[in-house]
Design a protein around this ligand. Sequence first.
Ligand code: FE2
Length: 157
Amino acid sequence: MAHRIAEYGLEGSYVSASEKDSPWVPFGDSAFIRHLAFDVRTNSFCNILWVKSGGQLGTHKHRGAVSAMTLEGSFRYLEYDWVARPGDFITELPGTAHTLVSDDPNGMKAVFWMNGTLEFYDDGGDLEQVFDVFWFIDHYVSYCEENNLPINQELFV
Ligand SMILES: [Fe+2]
C-alpha cells in the first residue's frame, strides 16, 4: 500500500501564522478574511474571519456544513441565544440562515471550515450573492494581484 500512497497520494499543507503566508484581506467595512485552504474538488474552504467590534456579516444561508472555533473576542448570531467565545466550537448545517454580529469591544476572530455555498439575501428576500470556493479564491488572488503579493500555492489543497 505504501507505494500506492507514494505514487498517488498528495501531501498536506502548512500555512504559518505569518502574514507572508496569507494576508488579512479586507472584507467589507469592518471585517477581514485570512484564507487558509481552498479545495475545488469538494467546494470547501477554510479561513479565519476577523470582525471588528460592532461589525456584522449579512444574513446568509448555507448549502453545506460548516464547523468553526472562536480564537479571540466573541460573536453571536441574531437568530440564536448563545455567544461564541475563545475555544467554543460551532457547527452550522445546510439550510440554516443567520446573521453574525460582534458586539465585543475586541471584535472576534474565528476559524471556519466551510463546505458548499453561502447565499446572501437582500432585505426583500431576493438572492443577492453566492459565495463558493471560487469566490473565496478570487477574493484572495485579486488582493494579491492588486498588492503585488505572491500567490501561496500551499492554500490550494
Ligand atoms: Fe454561517
